[in-house]
Design a protein around this ligand. Structure first.
Ligand code: 1HE
Length: 261
C-alpha cells in the first residue's frame, strides 16, 4: 500500500495485478476536496505505473465525496476563483483523458465536486446508499469542476438544471436509471463489482480502450461529417493492429468467447 499524503488529506494506492485501486482518504471531512486532495488526485493520474491497465477509485468512510471543501472557497476573490476552477478542470481532464480507463465506485454522498470527479470517470458503480446532488445551487455558487460539461452528457441539461434549481437529490436507484451510474449494487459490494469491471476493461485490446477514452468523446463533440470521418480513421487503425488481427483469428478459429459467455 502506497500513500500520497499532505498535512490535511491522503490518498491510498494499492496495485492488484493490472489494476490500481485509489482510495480517497479524508473521511473526517466526508472526503471534501481541498486543494491538497485535488492536487493529490493529479499526482496519482500523472504517475500511473506502466503495468496498470485500469483504475478503480473510491472513497473511504461513509461517503464517496462531499464535493469542494467549502471552508477554502470563502477566502477566494474572483481571479483566484477562476484559477481554482481551471485547476479542477486540469486535474479532472487528467482523469478523463489519462493513460487508462477509470471506474468510480460510489456510496453515500456523491455531491458537487464529488459528482464532478465521478462524471470524469468512465464507468460508475453505485452502492445502494449513494445519493447524487449538485448543492451549488443552494450554496449560491455555480459548478466549477466541469459538471456543466460532463453531467448533461450523462443525464441531459434539463435534469442538471432541475438538480441545481431545486436541490433535487437522486437516490442510487433513480440515479442509475437516469444515467448517473451504470451499475447498481448492494451496500459493500461496490469495490468487488468495480474490480470485476476493471478486469474486463484491462483484458481489452489497448487500442480499443484508447479509442473509447480519447476518440469517442471527440466524435460526440463534433459534427456528423467530422465524427463519421474520425470513426472511419480510428476503426481502420484499430483493426490494423496485430492484437486485433489475433483476436479476430481467435474468434474465427473457435478460440474466443462468444458474446455473452
Ligand atoms: C465539509 C464539507 C464540505 C462536510 N466542505 N467541510 N458540498 C456540499 O454542499 C455538501 C456539504 N456537506 C453535506 O451536506 C454533508 O456533510 C454530507 C451530506 C456530505 C455528509 O453528512 P454527514 O452528517 O455524514 O457529515 P457532517 O456532520 O455534515 O460533516 C462532517 C464534517 O465534514 C463536518 O466538519 P466538523 O469539523 O464539524 O466535523 C463538516 O463541516 C465537514 N464537511 N462536507 C467542507 N463540502 C469545483 S467546484 C465544486 C463545488 C462544490 O462541490 S459545492 C458543493 C459542496
Amino acid at each position: 500500500m502506497q500513500e500520497i499524503k499532505s498535512s490535511t488529506a491522503s490518498i491510498q494506492l494499492e496495485i492488484r495485478d493490472e489494476i490500481l485501486l485509489v482510495a480517497i482518504n479524508r473521511p473526517e471531512k466526508r472526503n471534501a476536496f481541498n486543494d491538497d486532495l485535488v492536487l493529490g488526485i493529479e499526482k496519482v493520474f500523472e504517475n500511473i505505473p506502466p503495468q496498470i491497465r485500469c483504475v478503480v477509485i473510491y472513497g473511504l468512510g461513509k461517503h464517496f465525496s462531499a464535493g469542494l471543501d467549502l471552508s477554502e472557497l470563502k477566502e477566494r476573490d474572483a481571479v483566484q476563483g477562476l484559477h481554482h476552477s481551471r485547476m479542477w478542470h486540469r486535474v479532472l481532464d487528467k482523469v478523463q483523458f489519462g493513460a487508462v480507463p477509470v471506474v468510480a465506485v460510489l456510496h453515500g454522498a456523491v455531491v458537487g465536486g464529488g459528482l464532478e470527479l465521478a462524471s470524469a470517470c468512465h464507468i460508475r458503480v453505485a452502492e445502494t446508499s449513494t445519493f447524487f446532488a449538485l448543492p451549488e445551487g443552494q450554496r449560491g455558487i455555480f459548478v466549477g469542476g466541469g459538471a456543466s460539461v460532463r453531467v448533461p452528457k450523462l443525464i441531459g441539461m434539463a435534469r442538471m438544471m432541475d438538480m441545481m434549481f431545486t436541490g433535487r437529490v437522486y437516490k442510487a436507484e433513480e440515479g442509475e436509471r437516469i444515467g448517473l451510474a451504470q451499475y447498481l449494487v448492494e451496500e459493500g459490494q461496490g469495490l468487488e463489482k468495480g474490480i470485476e469491471l476493471a478486469q474486463k476493461i484491462a483484458s481489452n485490446a489497448g487500442m480499443t480502450n484508447y479509442a473509447l477514452m480519447h476518440v469517442l468523446p471527440k466524435i460526440v463533440d463534433s459534427g456528423q461529417n467530422e465524427g463519421l470521418m474520425m470513426e472511419s480513421l480510428i476503426a481502420a487503425i484499430s483493426a490494423d493492429a496485430p492484437e486485433a488481427k489475433k483476436r479476430l483469428t481467435d474468434f474465427l478459429e473457435g478460440r474466443a468467447k462468444k458474446v455473452g459467455e
